[in-house]
Design a protein around this ligand. Structure first.
Ligand SMILES: [Zn+2]
Ligand SMILES: [Zn+2]
Length: 158
């Protein structure tokens, strides 16, 4: 951090250390410079929008940033800057795992799609009647119907 008379505080551009930019201009400079270095992934300091940091420096900077005390709600300010796996993870972490809604959803989805009894009955019929012609199938079902009636009669008479 150096000072140039009449220019106020001068900061190094994180994209290129050769860029010496005054604090007031840094934000605009960074927007431009970012486009010139699209492959450089920089994380934005949550305490100061002119602090762009390489991923390796990011966590250390958060602890040391001189603007940290200015920001009370640090946890809520950490927003994904669009180019950081780290900050995205951080932003997602606080959301609680919705266990109960998930379970309910599973039930809702499973109920119409999978009815074990229905599935078994249909499958049994398909398996049994698979190689039969339509008329044979009719006979098959008729026989089944009769057989069940007989069974019922048998059960009732005893
Ligand atoms: Zn620059
Ligand atoms: Zn900072």
């Amino acid at each position: 951090m150096s000072t140039i008379p009449n220019f106020g505080r001068v900061l190094e551009c994180p994209y290129n250390r050769a860029h010496q930019i005054t604090e007031e201009r840094m934000q605009r400079h960074l927007i431009k410079c970012k486009k010139q270095y699209p492959k450089v992934k920089m994380l934005l300091c949550p305490f100061n929008s002119t602090h762009y940091l390489e991923a390796a420096e990011y966590m250390a900077h958060l602890r040391l940033c001189r603007d940290r005390s200015l920001v009370e709600t640090f946890r809520y300010v950490v927003e994904p800057s669009g180019n950081s796996g780290q900050s995205v993870q951080r932003a997602k972490a606080p959301s609680p795992t919705p266990l109960c809604p998930d379970e309910e959803n599973w039930d809702d989805m499973a109920a119409p799609a999978y009815n074990p009894t229905k599935y078994c009955i249909e499958n049994k019929i398909i398996r049994k009647a698979f190689h039969l012609t339509p008329s044979e199938k009719r006979d098959f079902y008729e026989q089944e119907r009769i057989r069940h009636k007989e069974l019922e009669k048998f059960a009732h008479t005893n």
